[in-house]
Design a protein. Structure first.
Lengths: 135, 65
């Protein structure tokens, strides 16, 4: 698989995220005003498409990376998953015991939160190997 | 694990980037191996040995641990 440079990766990531933001700002507010159920489903799920493209982009980058890079991705993902699992359990137990109220739309925040934790843990893990995540 | 990678690379007049390109890894991975922060896998160690036409144990030697 052709190796994606960080520049190519960032350019494509930015492009797909711009599509996502545009959909969220322009299309998503219309969802609640639409009567037709099939159209509502289509409009509601439309922002998922650029995110699937982002996931594919991440998969391409991981698969075309070398062994140390793959180790760093795995370590960072493990740390991020652990943090997200802990937060989900905390939120879940607090919601189940009616201490806080959580709606279903909280699930929208899972991916951004995972990405945020992943970014932070990747920087932390990379430093151990004298690796810069920016190159 | 200690290694003679920087010396061998210098002998060939290669930069870390040149070596990385030949090994099909990133420059930072070469740097991590050279500084002893990362021990390469056996397949990568064999690729390095083949590139310099030396045996693995000539390039790498076990550390104290």
């Amino acid at each position: 698989m052709t190796r994606l440079t960080m520049r190519q990766y960032r350019y494509q990531l930015f492009a797909w995220m711009a599509v996502y933001v545009a959909l969220m700002l322009l299309e998503w507010p219309q969802v609640r005003h639409v009567e037709s159920l099939p159209l509502k489903v289509v409009l509601a799920l439309l922002p998922v498409l650029p995110m699937i493209a982002v996931l594919w982009l991440i998969a391409r980058r991981v698969m075309s990376s070398d062994e140390l890079e793959q180790r760093l991705y795995l370590l960072a993902l493990s740390v991020a998953t652990g943090i997200l699992c802990a937060l989900s359990l905390i939120g879940g137990f607090l919601a189940a015991s009616h201490v806080i109220e959580l709606g279903g739309d909280v699930l929208i925040w899972v991916f951004p939160l995972l990405s945020l934790c992943y970014g932070a843990s990747h920087r932390w893990v990379s430093r151990r190997y004298g690796y810069s995540s920016c190159e | 694990m200690k290694n003679r990678l920087p010396q061998l690379r210098d002998k060939h007049g290669w930069s870390q980037g040149d070596l990385a390109e030949r090994l099909e890894v990133s420059r930072q991975t070469v740097n991590a191996i050279e500084t002893g922060k990362y021990d390469p896998s056996l397949p990568l160690a064999f690729r390095i040995a083949k590139l310099f036409r030396l045996s693995i144990e000539t390039i790498f030697e076990p550390g104290k641990d």
